[in-house]
Write a protein that binds this ligand. Sequence first.
Ligand code: SAM
Length: 313
Amino acid sequence: MNTPLTHTTVLLNEAVEALFNNPQANSDEIPAAGQTYVDATFGRGGHSRLILSRLAPQDHLIAFDKDPDALTEAATISDPRFSIRHQGFRHLGELPKGSVAGVLLDLGISSPQIDNPVRGFSFRFEGPLDMRMDTTRGISVAQWLADAEVDKIAEVIRDYGEERFAGPIAKAIVARREALGPFSTTTELAQLVADTVKTREKGQNPATRTFQALRIFINAELEELQQALEASLHVLQPGGRLAVISFHSLEDRIVKQFIAKHSKDEYDRRAPFAAPKIMQLKALDRVKPSAAEVAGNPRSRSAIMRVAQRTAA
Ligand SMILES: C[S@@+](CC[C@H](N)C(=O)[O-])C[C@H]1O[C@@H](n2cnc3c(N)ncnc32)[C@H](O)[C@@H]1O
């Protein structure tokens, strides 16, 4: 494999601008200890490096990533204002209440993860069927498929891949497992899906939806996103910014509904005369990559960034 394992950061300036364009954080009331920002998805550090270049000497950047390779990259940053945690971003809520001026989530996987056959994320390369972001814990897709129930496999592929042929694919996986033993490689699974899905979506490999579904499931991506969004309400200070970059409709729907839910006062129907729970977020922006960015980095084409601001409630 000759592809260099690099990552081109998506919406780099737009995301960092969204975090910093915050009058409260830039006001005279800056705490002596400085402001704290969170890059919840360090990856190869594209956003983190630009955030660091914008920090005051007393500010801090706390990063998170599940991937040991991201941690190795982070170790090359020698800036006392920077630290990284090898944890899922649902642990964001462990930071002190109201202590953070901005949280960025750039969801999904990085190019080095997709392009490294050893990680098993891509149907384009022969590799072990792994797909874990954190290779130090949990089980691989191959291990899960070795004994998962057919109905559960179908549910995962349908719900997380929005795949019309989820049922036939699940049955084919189980039949093949019973006949030949468990899958071990990406290309075995991709071939089985291609043989099972008879219709083709334009410009898309037939295994795209199945691979997306298994990756989301094995990493509990949507559950962890929901937990991180809830946690952001706890850690953001009034005026603090939340910026989330999504790459597919399942993620974006969760982010959009979360911001909408918390951007209005909530009345309790069982207690109509009780004071409402005051809105906790103000929706600010929805940003897509420019045509020039998409031309230079086709992987950015499906990105949508939503930005919201924590209210004083
Ligand atoms: C799209 S990349 C981020 C790229 C980064 N913004 C950059 O410019 O280099 C997403 C990263 O988030 C990490 N990640 C995804 N879900 C995570 C989670 N729940 N907790 C922690 N890290 C996660 C992945 O391992 C990957 O490194």
